[in-house]
Write a protein that binds this ligand. Sequence first.
Ligand code: F6R
Length: 261
Amino acid sequence: MEVIIRETEQIASDMVAEILCEQVRKHHDTVLGLATGRTMERVYSRVAEIHKKENVDFLHTKTFNLDEYVGLSPENKNSYRYYMNELLFDQINIDLRNTYLPNGMANDFEVECKKYEETIKNVGGIDLQLLGIGESGHIGFNEPLSAFRSRTRVKPLTPTTVAQNSPLFDNPEDMPKRAISMGIGTILDAKRIVMLVTGEKKADVLAKAVEGPVTAMISATALQLHAKCVVIVDEAAATKLQGKDYYHWIFQNEPEWESFR
Ligand code: F6R
């Protein structure tokens, strides 16, 4: 795992946007794994800007989102399909038929989850997976005790996650308490992972995820087992990292970091 600390949330988000666009520039038919949430809003707005300014071509790009709430249709403003269409897909030249999210309205969730896994497999797997982290330590909606080998399935959400996300609903009570989420095993199969973490509210959980012992109580610690994972954070999120000086030093002095710039 590699940690890059940037001065501000904007600079950290721009860097992640640049990594996504660079992947698409290099491989037009790339498969991206995407996340939603407040942290990603700046990233997608920057991706849309870069697309317009530099003509980055998303026509042959495929995307798979990490998760979707159970019971929310694509027309629901709080669904992740709605979020993705609004913030990213409608802003770039992607073919919507190449954008996949789990179906929160599926009749049979077991079948839906299997199908999602198979579709990812059939396109050759995810080349670059984007992640945020929840206050419960989740990646996707892999709440504490999610198995490191888990695949896409329905997960009940923790009170921490409900408290984190329910303010985004007009009526907080309407937030579904279950979601379909790629498993930790699905995420770890991605060839490359970039996690973005910003803001002082995430400082504690980030330190545990990156520097703490690997534990199913904090799903993001599973990323320590991935061979190509970079964690990009702002100064506010980095305050509790013990190795902060070392991470700064590497970013400034080691040329192999270039691969992530
Ligand atoms: C969303 C997702 C979640 C979020 C996490 C952080 O698709 O998978 O893991 O990345 O909850 O959310 P924000 O950015 O709103 O703090």
